[in-house]
Write a protein that binds this ligand. Structure first.
Ligand code: TRH
Length: 385
């Protein structure tokens, strides 16, 4: 690593949900642990990180975990800013004005990176890495886009992640331990296991009904999320405590707490199907190499639809045609744009083997592109050499 790019600042504003902090936390840890960098993570909302990683306290104003200094954004108001060599502005959150001025005055000036949201759209490759001058100050920022092909910044993936996944998936006792720790016996061998993490979703009633009426037992893990009240309502319940199991027909729903990120990862690895949402869980489900269904973060005027279809256009290439068509229909239904849940689910279960092989091949192909943290480090070095 270049000696001149040792000090990195990451700025994160929690807009809503977990995704902003989740991505910044992964990136910060990877830069510190795998690249030996000194990283400060400035966060405007202290309550989210401890849910993702219980080693982080929401009581402390300054703390260090895994070599990352976690600081409240507000602390910047109290002290003169000392900008690092690189400043990452996550998801267009903006940098504090005083910090930006200090960046421009610094010699050499701080390298300013805007980390963008993930999209599979074809324009991303053409915009990745482009500079944009500041309107007043002698400093420019560069746009860094995550993505699904070699012309982009790639996806976050920690070293050894796929090896850990393979070891876990090959180890039935590790899976049994996970369920035991969550307060449940291991699902029976003939059951289909599913994790269900999503925003509020009217299609969930039909989905649960299909599972309840199906031929095969389904064990659905329901982490605490905005979907949970709707799942409880399907069983005629209003509030459901963690550790509760509710059954109807072939379906058993297991209500579990919001897990730490590593634990949630294990849940994704252990389930046959994963329903995920937003950005980070969506990527993690791809690394899990199991069939997935994405509830995309809804945007105004349906802008998310182009993103959803752009991903499917890439993801479904090479998949058995009937399976690909059923996946497209199921994803459209889950995102409120179609109403054919039962038939598409049956087709997918029938063609499960194609999907499983495809999920594994997809994860391997993505892994061959390098990882976002490594790509970001190389990009920054290229800008100062
Ligand atoms: O929480 P999200 O909906 O975040 C979203 C997206 O990032 C979206 O792009 C953004 O615009 C919006 O926030 C503001 O979904 P996401 O991205 O999957 O983040 C959830 C994180 O929570 C992810 O790191 C997985 C983690 N998680 C756990 O650690 N434990 C759990 O039990 C669960 C269900 C999730």
């Amino acid at each position: 690593m270049s000696k001149i790019l040792q000090h990195w600042d990451i700025f994160c504003r929690v807009v809503d949900n977990y995704g902003d902090a989740a991505v910044c936390w992964r990136l910060a840890r990877q830069l510190a642990i795998e690249h030996g960098l000194k990283v400060r993570l400035w966060v405007d909302e202290q309550s989210v990180l401890p849910q993702l990683d219980p080693r982080v306290s929401n009581q402390t104003s300054m703390q260090s975990v895994d070599g990352v200094d976690i600081r409240p954004w507000q602390a910047l108001d109290a002290e003169p800013p000392h900008p690092g060599d690189v400043a990452i502005e996550a998801f267009g959150c903006g940098l504090p004005e005083r910090y930006t001025q200090a960046m421009a005055q610094r010699t050499p000036s701080t390298l300013w990176i805007t980390l963008e949201y993930l999209s599979a759209e074809s324009w991303v490759g053409g915009h990745h890495g482009l500079p944009s001058p500041h309107p007043r100050l002698p400093v420019q920022r560069h746009f860094f886009f995550p993505g699904f092909d070699a012309g982009t910044g790639g996806l976050l993936r920690e070293q050894g992640l796929l090896e850990q996944r393979d070891a876990f998936q090959a180890d039935s006792s590790a899976r049994a331990t996970l369920w035991k720790d969550l307060g449940f016996p291991p699902p029976s061998a003939d059951a289909l296991t599913v994790s269900l993490f999503a925003y509020e979703n009217p299609a969930v009633f039909e989905l649960l009904g299909v599972w309840a009426a199906g031929k095969q037992p389904v064990v659905a893990a329901i982490p605490d999320s905005r979907l949970r009240p709707e799942v409880a309502a399907f069983f005629g319940a209003s509030m459901v405590a963690d550790g509760t199991s509710l059954s109807r027909g072939q379906l058993e729903a297991r209500f579990i707490p919001f897990l730490s990120q590593p634990r949630y990862e294990q849940l994704l690895w252990s389930c046959d199907w994963n329903f995920v949402r937003g950005e980070d869980s969506f990527v993690r489900a791809q690394w899990a190499a199991r069939p997935l269904v994405w509830h995309i973060y809804p945007q105004q005027e349906g802008a998310h639809r182009a993103k959803l279809n752009a991903f499917l256009d890439r993801y479904l290439v090479g998949l058995h045609p009937e399976t690909a068509a059923a996946m497209r229909t199921l994803w459209a239904t889950w995102n409120g744009d179609a109403h054919e849940l039962s038939a598409s689910w049956e087709a997918l279960v029938r063609n499960r083997k194609f999907l499983e092989d495809h999920s594994l091949a997809w994860a391997s192909r993505l892994a061959s592109m390098g990882d976002l943290a490594g790509n970001l480090v190389h990009f920054c070095i290229s800008k100062v050499q």
